[in-house]
Design a protein around this ligand. Structure first.
Ligand code: 4HQ
Length: 249
């Protein structure tokens, strides 16, 4: 999958190729990354990429002309959708990452300052995408988040042991708790079931924890997801144990 990133800070975005899961995906040729700097298309002596907003007010807006050229240069080799990272976009979640992972390529547009000229969105952007309800200094971190979330879903990127099917959100739930050695840490022990060697019991405990933690921390995720009969049983168990432990009876 080819990612082309239009950015004033190519070195920032390109850092994803140097480490971890995304770095390995690049080495294996599963993803490729290229950046396009609008500044390279600026023609004036100062290589200006921003200008004052029509209507006045604080801050600057990214100029349309060099941005347009950078996007069109990226389009020459990438036929994929153009995604603009912004708080006004559709929220990125695991389901959207999954859909994007079935594209052959994406062109990610990173804004700086107050944002880009709205006509760029009208002319060139297929989808506006937000990584969360907070304000970043630029779209680059958003693009890096999107690349990471999408790349790990591509075949061959994760090994058997780190399979995406084991991730939280893969089935719409939060993750279960994890433990490793030592058996006891500052008086806290590992849940006995995890040391029982009974794989059916362990799977059942993990599913119950995932359901229970989602119920406690992100109930809106449960409302968005139908529970099977056996999941209902597990969650009821968790809720009953929680009620008893907090003496709500
Ligand atoms: N910005 N999700 C403003 C974001 C953002 C987000 C990117 C800051 C665009 C102009 N991007 N620039 N949240 O806060 O994606």
């Amino acid at each position: 999958m080819q990612f082309d990133v239009v950015t004033l800070f190519p070195e920032l975005v390109e850092s994803v190729v140097h480490s971890g899961v995304t770095g390995r995906a690049v080495e294996r040729g599963i993803i490729s990354l290229k950046s396009w700097n609008p500044r390279d298309y600026a023609t004036d002596v100062h290589r200006t990429v921003d200008d004052r907003p029509y209507g006045g007010g604080p801050g600057m807006v990214m100029k349309a002309d060099c941005l347009l050229q950078a996007i069109r240069a990226a389009r020459q080799t990438n036929p994929g959708k153009v995604v603009y990272l912004s708080p006004q976009g559709v929220p990125l979640n695991q389901a959207l990452a999954g859909k994007l992972a079935s594209e052959d390529g994406l062109i990610l547009l990173c804004g700086r300052y107050e944002g880009i000229d709205e006509r760029i969105i009208a002319l060139e952007v297929d989808m506006e995408c937000s990584i969360g309800d907070y304000v970043l200094s630029g779209g680059e971190l958003g693009a890096m988040v999107l690349i990471d979330a999408v790349a790990r879903l591509l075949p061959g990127v994760l090994g058997h042991n780190e399979s995406a099917a084991q991730d939280s959100f893969f089935d719409g739930l939060l993750d279960c708790p994890h433990y490793t050695r030592p058996e006891e840490l500052e008086g806290l022990s590992v849940p006995a079931v995890l040391k029982s060697g009974n794989h059916a019991d362990i799977a059942r405990w993990r599913k119950k924890q995932a359901l229970g933690r989602t119920w406690q921390r992100r109930p809106e995720l449960l409302r968005a997801r139908q529970l099977t009969d056996s999941e209902r049983v597990l969650l009821d168990e968790y809720v009953n144990e929680f009620d008893r432990s907090t003496e709500l009876h």
